[in-house]
Write a protein that binds this ligand. Structure first.
Ligand SMILES: Nc1ncnc2c1ncn2[C@@H]1O[C@H](COP(=O)(O)OP(=O)(O)OP(=O)(O)O)[C@@H](O)[C@H]1O
Length: 512
């Protein structure tokens, strides 16, 4: 028959063994603490068991279990100042201690719980790497519940509990870090994918060649650049080119479209947020400013940036510092800012929709992209670039741009600018079977004279335009009284040979 002391020692050893197993299971911390304390209760009964973690000058109730664990206790703050027992327990070399609470002022949960005079308490330090990061406490309503003999086992239990808590904390931090890294990696993959498709800026007109010169000069500096121009004129292309010409080319080029995001999201998208900054912010997130650190941040449609965010952007540019949402600390960022807009920012300033100070700060180096109709000399270079890319991407032999088609393209007004040119050429390339580009009928919607450039068409382009209209009118019919030859007052064979010379096929107009 074991003596009571021996029995306590055996139960203690078993308990510590079991608690050790529970605390290294890698369970979610709440469950782990609850399970471990349940085992401990078999050796040292309690009405309240808690884990108190150091926070600022005091302690915070992180976990509380047992019949006395009221909701009021959870997350409650416990002052340490003026409480000698807690101060001693938190000292570097403190050991688990038991005492009877006779001075209500010394009571750990004073003001939170009503405990009888002289009830039993036990406090043990929680340590990691030599630092006491918290305390574990046991309280029982009755007197003399905790004999000195259990202190050793409670001490070993507390060490295991400390290890378990720290492990849980590290695992959570790792998981969070992994999640945020995965997000960054997928973001950069996307950016890189776009960069791989990156094509050089094409220029043939004096205006664009001049802009290219300006880009080379300003690229070397850190100056903010404002690019203006109609939609589709190549503002983003120019911003990318600036980045590639600059010493920042190996760092990220990050784009934010200020009009694509709801106003409520732009702030956190640009500047990031800390965990819990707003409901739904389950974890911290880096903003685009930080993602662009060392590189270039391209703010497209800057005219749509909400007025109340404009001072924050101004501060980011001037102080090179950002304040993530919910954070008390500013962060330094080294970002080259390029902004673009199709809107008239001066007008927006005059109407009070855009801050004047921000406008001046952004337009240190303005670049205006003229509409494509004002620089037809770019069209051949652009078209050849698009056709090369199309052939490469589709593994097709290269497609030539016939002179007559080029002239037609140059005579068109391009309301959608370079983007429209790209789309028209892509469609034409798909429909052209041979090595020469053929514009399908109706590829360039005809516009009223006032919408055109005013530049007279060449003879050939004029002839093509006429013949296309003619064939559309007769739905590809050549002979007969209502055929195209009769209407044009030409012999059918003459008409056919002209059509052939221009690469026009009557059958293309039949279904049109
Ligand atoms: N000079 C150029 N050389 C080669 N490609 C160009 C050039 N200008 C524009 N592009 C191409 O034309 C398309 C439209 O250009 P981009 O997206 O840069 O225009 P944008 O002015 O930023 O348009 P938006 O105002 O609608 O955002 C893109 O595919 C772009 O790569």
């Amino acid at each position: 028959m074991p003596t009571p002391d021996l029995e306590t020692a055996l139960t203690g050893a078993r308990l510590v063994e079991e608690a050790g197993a529970l605390l290294t299971l890698g369970e979610e911390p709440e469950r782990m603490v609850a399970h471990a304390f349940e085992r401990l209760g078999q050796l040292v009964p309690y009405d309240l068991a808690t884990v108190l973690l150091r926070e600022g000058e005091g302690l915070r109730v992180a976990y509380a279990v047992g019949p006395l664990a009221t909701p009021q206790l959870s997350e409650a703050r416990i002052p340490v100042r003026g409480n000698l027992r807690l101060q001693n327990a938190l000292k570097a070399r403190s050991r688990p201690a038991t005492f009877e609470e006779d001075d209500p002022g010394e009571d750990t949960f004073h003001g939170l719980l009503e405990m009888p005079h002289g009830h039993s308490c036990l406090v043990a330090p929680l340590r990691s790497r030599g630092e006491t990061f918290g305390l574990m406490t046991l309280d029982a309503m009755v007197c003399r519940q905790y004999p000195e003999s259990v202190l050793h086992h409670v001490g070993v239990f507390a060490s295991l509990l400390a290890l378990g808590l720290k492990q849980a904390e590290h695992l959570a931090r790792l998981a969070e870090r992994e999640r945020s890294l995965a997000e960054e990696v997928s973001y950069f993959r996307e950016v890189q994918r776009r960069d791989v498709l990156q094509e050089p800026l094409r220029a043939g007109s004096p205006a664009m060649l001049g802009i290219l010169d300006q880009l080379r000069q300003v690229a070397a500096t850190a100056a903010t650049v404002l690019i203006t121009g109609e939609t589709g004129t190549g503002k983003e292309k120019v911003a990318q080119t600036l980045h590639h010409l600059s010493p920042r080319r190996d760092k990220p080029f990050i784009k934010v479209n200020c009009s694509a995001l709801p106003a409520s999201l732009i702030e956190s998208e640009l500047f990031g947020h800390v965990k819990g900054a707003f409901s739904g912010a389950a974890s911290a997130r880096k903003g685009r400013f930080e993602l662009a650190d060392g590189g270039t941040l391209f703010l497209d449609e800057i005219g749509d940036l909400p007025l109340d965010l404009q001072p924050k952007l101004l501060r980011a540019i001037q102080e090179k510092e950002i304040d993530p949402l919910g954070s008390e600390k500013s962060r330094k960022v080294d970002v080259r800012l390029v902004a673009a807009t199709h809107a008239d920012l001066r007008k927006a300033v005059a109407e009070g929709r855009f801050r004047e100070d921000l406008f001046y700060r952004l337009s240190v180096f303005p670049i205006h992209l003229p509409p494509l109709r004002e620089r037809p000399e770019d069209i051949a270079a652009l078209a050849e670039g698009f056709l090369d890319r199309f052939a490469r991407e589709n593994r097709r032999p290269s497609i030539r741009l016939p002179e007559a088609v080029r002239e037609q393209l140059e005579a068109y007004a391009w309301p959608g600018n370079v983007r429209e040119l790209h789309n028209v050429l892509e469609r034409a390339a798909i429909l052209s079977a041979g090595h020469e580009l053929r514009l399908p009928p109706g590829a360039l919607p005809s516009r009223s004279a006032s919408e055109r450039t005013g530049r007279p068409l060449t003879w050939e382009a004029q002839e093509r335009a006429y013949l296309e209209r003619l064939l559309r009118h007769t739905r590809g019919k050549i002979s007969g009284v209502d055929g195209a030859a009769a209407l044009a007052d030409l012999a059918p064979s003459t008409l056919l040979s002209r059509l052939e010379k221009l690469g026009l096929r009557p059958k293309d107009f039949r279904e049109a």
